[in-house]
Design a protein around this ligand. Structure first.
Ligand code: COI
Length: 356
């Protein structure tokens, strides 16, 4: 038996400014919701998108036991809709769940719920290249209790949102501040989990950087402020001396990005030299001085591929590739979006196609 569906009686479609989607402002007609009670997840159901009701003592409001995911549905140029590697998101949500003491949600169920939602709300998938239906699963402790321990009950919800690019710059290069005072995560902390705490920790420095005209900050390691971690909304990649370098997952301080993994896979296949290794900010500065820092770009589901045109470190400005997108970032963007929109044949088994 499929997922039980309660259809919306009114559509939100006409209230959306389709020419100015922005990111995360609009929501489609339905959402999936499932509850964990008495030691098990229920079957879940699809209901009209709308407010949910909780008591003020709900634990996640106080102690932040919450995790989320981000993936996208893309229109396929040959008809239908494509999901990109949803299994990776489902599995990453399970590992975030483990770190936050949340009972894992089943991988097949996660994908099935998304497919059913997309079938129902496929008209919300934008038909413009570079736009998509962003899918946001979120799971949180929903017992009502004030002692500090893992919740007994949980709520899992999937909502969807038609979006354009995450940064207003689109594929134009962004300006990033290298943060050398505040920290987002430390080794042994929550950096590898997609949990609200990491984003809460980033807000203050991010806000200060915005006031100074930066898109975001690049985080350094939480102890020495020496090694590069990530940008928060995206992983970071450098091209130095024709080698694509990105921080490793082994320190547990960065998110194992789906786009990060896909770019590394594609790069290796394209014959680009790849190094997943710790990289000091000093090495980046020295490469810039030598003229061997060719490209910097971010990778993320929301951000897709986001070239970095200007990096600021203390009183130093680094202008990367004349503030233009570089050839590797461009190639990655074209290949990824080509696969996602069905323009390039998927030989990787990354796409789940949905007939609508
Ligand atoms: C994503 O890339 O999906 C993210 O979750 C980043 C950001 C919107 C929080």
């Amino acid at each position: 038996m499929g997922i039980q569906i309660e259809k919306a009686t009114q559509t939100r479609f006409d209230s959306i400014d389709w020419k100015n989607l922005g990111f995360g402002r609009y929501f489609s007609d339905h959402m999936f919701i499932s509850f964990y009670r008495d030691g098990k997840w229920d079957d879940g159901k699809i209901v009209p998108y709308g407010p949910i009701c909780f008591e003020p003592s709900m634990m996640t409001l106080h102690y932040g036991q919450t995790i989320f995911e981000g993936l996208k549905a893309y229109y396929d140029v040959n008809g239908g809709v494509n999901l990109f590697r949803p299994e990776m998101n489902a599995k990453r949500m399970q590992s975030s769940a483990e770190r936050l003491c949340i009972p894992p949600f089943d991988v097949e169920k996660f994908i099935e719920a998304i497919i059913e939602l997309i079938k129902l709300d496929h008209k919300f998938v934008p038909k413009v290249k570079g736009e998509s239906l962003y899918i946001r699963p979120v799971c949180f402790g929903s017992s009502c209790f004030l002692g500090v321990h893992p919740s007994q009950e949980y709520t899992f919800i999937i909502i969807t949102s038609p979006v354009a690019s995450y940064y207003p710059e689109g594929l134009n290069p962004v300006k990033i501040l290298i943060e050398d005072q505040f920290v987002r995560v430390v080794r042994g902390g929550l950096g590898m989990a997609k949990t609200a705490a990491n984003y809460a920790a980033s807000l203050y420095a991010g806000q200060r950087a915005k006031e100074k005209g930066f898109s975001q900050v690049l985080w350094l390691d939480g102890i020495h402020h020496e090694f590069v971690d990530e940008v928060g909304a995206m992983n970071i990649m450098f091209v130095i001396d024709d080698i694509l370098i990105t921080p490793p997952l082994t320190q547990g301080t960065i998110l194992p990005g789906v786009t990060r993994d896909s770019v590394l896979h594609l790069a290796r296949q394209m014959g680009i030299k790849v190094q997943e290794r710790s990289i000091k900010i000093q090495e980046v500065l020295e490469a810039y001085e030598r003229g061997t820092l060719q490209e910097v770009f971010g990778t993320g589901t929301a951000a897709t591929i986001s070239p970095v045109g200007k990096l600021y470190y203390r009183d130093k400005e680094l202008i990367i590739n004349n503030n233009q997108i570089g050839p590797i970032a461009q190639k990655m963007y074209d290949t990824l979006t080509g696969l996602q929109h069905g323009i390039i044949k998927d030989t990787y088994n990354w796409i789940i196609h949905i007939d609508v």
